[in-house]
Design a protein around this ligand. Sequence first.
Ligand code: BTN
Length: 266
Amino acid sequence: MNSGHAQRPGVLKRETFVPGWTKGIQRLDTVGSTQEEAKILAEGGAPEGTTVMAEAQTGGRGRMGRKWHSPHGKGIWMSLVLRPNLPLALTPQLTLLAGVAVCTAIREVTGVPAGIKWPNDLLAGGRKICGILLESSLREGGLHYCIAGIGIAANLTEEDYPEELRRIGTSLLIEGGGIPVDRMRLAEAVLEELEYLYRVYLEQGFQPVKQLWESMSVTLGRQVWVNTPQGRTEATAVGLSDNGGLLLRNESGEVVSVLSGEIEMI
Ligand code: BTN
């Protein structure tokens, strides 16, 4: 399986990289949303990498105002503080970076062959095992901090899902043949990957992340439905643009970039 390590170019060497973020994980039992907990810490000046992890969320949230199902003791529900010096327009790159980091950690720790569906869903066996939610806070017109929320369905059984989610959601336990996941070990591996890749990104820009994302994508080369605020169209996903958008070839052969929206694979 391709873990991605072999393709990492660059100056910052994995062998000499010393991770620090895993030391600052704050573990909580039941919260509304770890996004809110991390936001409070960020507002209080918490340093980059500060992470909150909860056993359960009563108000877990996903993209587009959706609810995120977060049962007690079954998943990795965590949020971390990032303080990148970036123009707001480039924050979609961070979502893709987080997807690469989580995908790498899942493959390495569990052996489950996860893949990334643009922009930020991780799939296994055609169903979703992880979602990523990046929320930005602005100050004086610029980026103040970001909260990266990661939800991994680690040890959920089919019965842990409400009926309406069973067709679209799965877990590492289900996809890994019933072997329970050590959630703490996986959470630490995710944070370590994320910290490393984030440093590479700050040092070398988006190119290395883009290459890794493309190698882990289950979207590229596929015929997709694209849902954007402008409407719904059919196209072929052909690559990533330099700012993290999805490049799509439409029916007239023209290549266009979509920065936000959702796709359905046909
Ligand atoms: C999505 O796929 O729509 C994104 C889901 C993100 C869920 C995570 S779980 C930890 C963090 N806290 C939340 O309330 N949401 C994110």
